[in-house]
Design a protein around this ligand. Sequence first.
Ligand code: GDP
Ligand code: MG
Length: 364
Amino acid sequence: AISEGEILGSLYSRGIKPDGVQKLSKDMVKMICKDYDVEVIDAVAVRVEEMAKKKEIFDEDDLDKLEERPPVLTIMGHVDHGKTSLLDYIRKTKVAASEAGGITQGIGAYKVLVPSDGKSQTCVFLDTPGHEAFGAMRARGARVTDIAVVVVAADDGIQPQTTEAIAHAKAAGVPIVIAINKIDKDGANPDRVMQELSSAGLMPEEWGGDTPMVKISALKGENVDDLLETIMLVAELQELKANPQRDAKGTVIEAGLDKAKGPVATFIVQNGTLKQGDIVVCGEAFGKVRALFDDKGKRVEEAGPSIPVQVIGLNNVPSAGDEFEVVGSLDFAREKAESRAQALRLQHLSEKAGDGKVTLSSLA
Ligand code: GDP
Ligand code: MG
């Protein structure tokens, strides 16, 4: 061990007089550590490496401006196991009463308030057909979902799409919460489902493992509060953060052509804050954000991290899974979108040519 005095001495000998206010430069710290043959760990580098592992969307510049953000959830599972029923129940009961009437036009995601620890916390549910959204986005390397909620019917057990959902979530490194559904039914056997899941490598917390499993009835609403609380606990452990004070980037989760509005796209903002008037590039599309609408169809001025928002003003319909980002000018946006479109055209051509090479005849 080295005494404080010794280090102070070595600083003084270099002409530095730390007075409790002055900060040491990184170089200074490295020099002193070298004197004592101590290895320095670059905390920022370590954090950036961690971020890369977790596929965080923020970068080094954001580190000192990070704030908590709500978790983004996807409900997955085998057909008829109760995904829609669960979403419907949550939507009916967990969206503030004053707003409930407003949810008519789905934008592919919505915010839900979960009472937790005496306060109300927001989480965001993706409402897109789980598998497609997840699959397409993952194929593009996008990671929008923070937690996968896998619904398994207690009277049916693990089925092919259950296995697929679990595989997707694992491959993306997304934590899984299991909802064992339909416990109200005759023939429901939650223990058997837990047994099957253990065999598939997901050991229930109840049995000493680390996968939370909650037995629910989506139809009757039984234990859905428990499920939401469990989800929020898992979210807390993830320490989800973003920097709201920068230009937005994120991912398109849904897009289409509206007769009146033109191309519309739902974005999930993953970092920064998207504002009306921003210029965005998104896949092969670009444009100036003319208007933003929240999940209740209400016009909003801006949307921060994790918040889904419908955007109009794009020149074209992007694809689910496309990334978007705010850029400085329309010219730059056009250029970027065009070069992206060209890259994709070349890729298609080379795939068609079959040998990975683009020939003149295939270009003609
Ligand atoms: P999805 O295909 O996963 O979206 O499944 P749905 O939500 O459409 O549900 C399929 C069927 O199961 C519907 O007839 C639901 O009413 C029924 N169902 C869903 N959850 C429950 C439940 O908790 N209990 C019972 N008894 N039926 C349920
Ligand atoms: Mg459904």
